[in-house]
Design a protein around this ligand. Structure first.
Ligand SMILES: [Zn+2]
Length: 424
């Protein structure tokens, strides 16, 4: 399993020039490869095969395009192979209904990074002043350069680093993204998981999260940042497009954008780290299905992207920490009473679940989180340590009978499953 660690680089002015030279040479190779690709007939093979043929032409290219001799070989190969990846991504967007054209040539400001694959780089944590190490890059315009790297966290063992992507962002800062391979820990056997160590999560509108252990996590307040961003954007629109002042202001806006995005991502990472560290299994609703069921109702649309990001991050942390992250059927999690399974309609402004059938009262989102938990336990196959609901012999999860099975769970101690299983 792979993950990416990002470190700030501090190249001196000569090194910056050399890095920019590589960036631009690689960009030209990419454009050349794209040009060649567009001229190979589709009958020549799949996109990958056609791109590979062009990659294999690189050694011959070097005979007349001598600059290529001053760039590390895997960097060149990666740049050409990127064409296949970009075409595939374009196809995905098109299939998702986006109106996308064909792959374009990259202008200088659009091509920001190049990648050393497997070889051509060295990492040294000990050299350099405190908090700094060295990243050695080979064949950067023909020379090997030692770039200062900020160690805001330890760098991984060099043998675990698969690729190093060197990147210049819009603000002009340079970064190294280390792609690290690490064996993922095993996830526990569902039959051995204690229900105590599981949780159901309801992704809400009013608060970000409501979970089956009664926690509420409110949304990150980004209003101050948003106000500032709007102000700076207004300032930008008043400047002469392309002037020095405009360029400076554009960088300010770009940096604010980045800071806001990082803040939101950081928040989601923290929440995901908390849940995957504390629990053996985390259950969330399947948003793909939920979207189909509910459409744009209840203003869920505005939060959709954030929820999806969160689930992606949650799964990533789950893999890293050996915690199951399971998506469950979302139908009626809010309507269904967790005590008796009877469904009642509630508009969004009704914040309390108050069951007309059995009298169970709970916060609306807490009730939903309990339902998510229950469905997750069922789907993953977590065995309750005593009095399992399966003993009632009722089919679970099918329409109609779900109500019965829900009440069966309740009889064995839900909503506080831990009280049932915690005794032994
Ligand atoms: Zn009820």
């Amino acid at each position: 399993m792979d993950y990416v660690l990002k470190y700030r680089l501090f190249p001196d002015s000569h090194q910056r020039e050399q890095l920019d030279w590589v960036r631009d040479t690689v960009r030209q190779l990419y454009n050349h490869g794209l040009h060649r690709f567009n001229r190979t007939p589709e009958s020549a093979g799949t996109v990958k095969q056609r791109v590979r043929q062009i990659r294999d032409e690189i050694p011959a290219l070097k005979d007349w395009w001598t600059d290529l001799n001053n760039v590390y070989s895997t960097v060149l190969q990666q740049a050409v192979e990127q064409i296949a990846t970009n075409i595939e991504n374009l196809g995905k967007l098109r299939r998702a209904g986006y109106n996308v054209g064909s792959l374009n040539w990259k202008a200088p400001h659009e091509y920001r990074s190049f990648t050393y694959r497997q070889r051509g780089f060295e990492l040294d944590e000990k050299s350099g002043p405190t908090g700094r190490g060295t990243l050695t890059l080979k064949k950067v315009n023909g020379e090997n350069i030692d770039v200062s790297i900020r160690l805001h966290r330890p760098i991984p063992d060099e043998t675990d680093v698969k690729h190093v992507t060197v990147k210049k962002d819009k603000t002009g800062a340079w970064y190294a993204c280390l792609n690290v391979e690490r064996d993922a820990p095993d996830k526990p056997d569902p039959r051995e998981i204690d229900t105590d160590d599981t949780v159901g999560i309801d992704l809400g509108i009013t608060s970000f999260i409501h979970d089956s252990d009664g926690r509420q996590i409110s949304r990150l307040d980004v209003s101050a940042g948003r106000d500032r961003l709007e102000r700076e954007q207004r300032t930008l629109s008043r400047k002469d497009h392309g002037s020095n002042n405009w360029e400076k202001q554009r960088q300010t806006v770009a940096e604010l954008h980045k800071r806001m995005r990082n803040k939101k991502l950081d928040f989601k990472h923290k929440v995901a780290a908390f849940y995957t560290r504390k629990y053996d299994a985390v259950f969330v609703e399947d948003l793909d299905v939920k979207g189909l069921l509910e459409g744009d109702r209840n203003g869920r649309h505005t939060h959709e992207v954030g929820w999806r990001d969160f689930i992606t991050i949650l799964k990533h942390h789950g893999r890293k920490r050996g915690c199951h992250v399971v998506e469950v059927a979302p139908a009626d999690t809010t309507k269904e009473c967790n005590e008796c399974g009877v469904k009642t309609n509630k508009p969004l402004w009704v914040r309390e679940h108050s069951c007309p059938s059995c009298g169970f009262e709970a916060d609306r989102d807490y009730n939903a989180a309990l339902n998510v938990l229950e469905r997750g336990l069922e789907k993953l196959g977590v065995v309750h340590s005593e009095g399992t609901p399966a003993e009632t012999g009722t089919a679970v999860g099918t329409e109609g009978s779900a109500a019965v099975s829900a009440s069966a769970v309740v009889e064995t101690g839900s909503p506080c499953l831990k009280e049932v299983t915690g005794g032994d």
